[in-house]
Ligand binder design. Sequence first.
Ligand code: PGA
Length: 248
Amino acid sequence: MRKPFIAGNWKMYKTAAEAEAFAEEFKKIYAPSDVRVAIAAPYTQLWTLRKAFEGTGIGVAAQNMHWEDQGAFTGEISAPMLKEIGVDYCIIGHSERREYFAETDETVNKKVRKALSCGILPILCCGESLKTRDAGQEKEFVGAQIRADFAGIEAEDAKKVTVAYEPIWAIGTGRTASPQQAQDMCAYIREVLTELYGEDVSEEITIQYGGSVKPANATELMSQDDIDGALVGGASLKPADFLEIVHF
Ligand code: PGA
């Protein structure tokens, strides 16, 4: 039985003071339930959140990491560094990283494997552009991402990966995929995972939808069979909005 998982992605928003204020406000209104919750914050706010969320069960996520443990990679942060300060998850392969920082399925795959080997749970992002969808090639495209990003990952590890399906045309645009469009693709992703790992494993893998998720559309999206949660950008910046989504 898959447990719903709602993760906030703050992107490059919030200073440490703002993160602390968010955490204090969120803790006042949050009541633990059987929904898994995490916030992905900028690196410099991870420790702030780790301390603020102590004992609440709320997870802390990074938004990126390097695939090596250490080395001459100026400006990078490694999985063991994240693990040391108690980070639980890491978003890997977000479309903004693929687009603006030239991440490829090859580097995404290396990062996913490294995260798993260090005990960091990956939130692996995939999703097509509008051009690809308009050309009717969205399943082929996302299927290829999944196959490449899971390459070399054993079934036991694959179960620990959360897949976030985020159509690029729905991110930050206010244009959410319809529940049917989101469900169709999430079901297809599970089909590809079944091909790779068999049904017992694919049925255990959490698949989130992301792209303009808001309090107003969360319930319908979450009620789809293959959608197990959400990766929430803009609407995760305000405690009350994020909580409404957590309580979908
Ligand atoms: P959005 O972002 O909710 O602001 O569309 C989602 C994401 O990029 O993870």
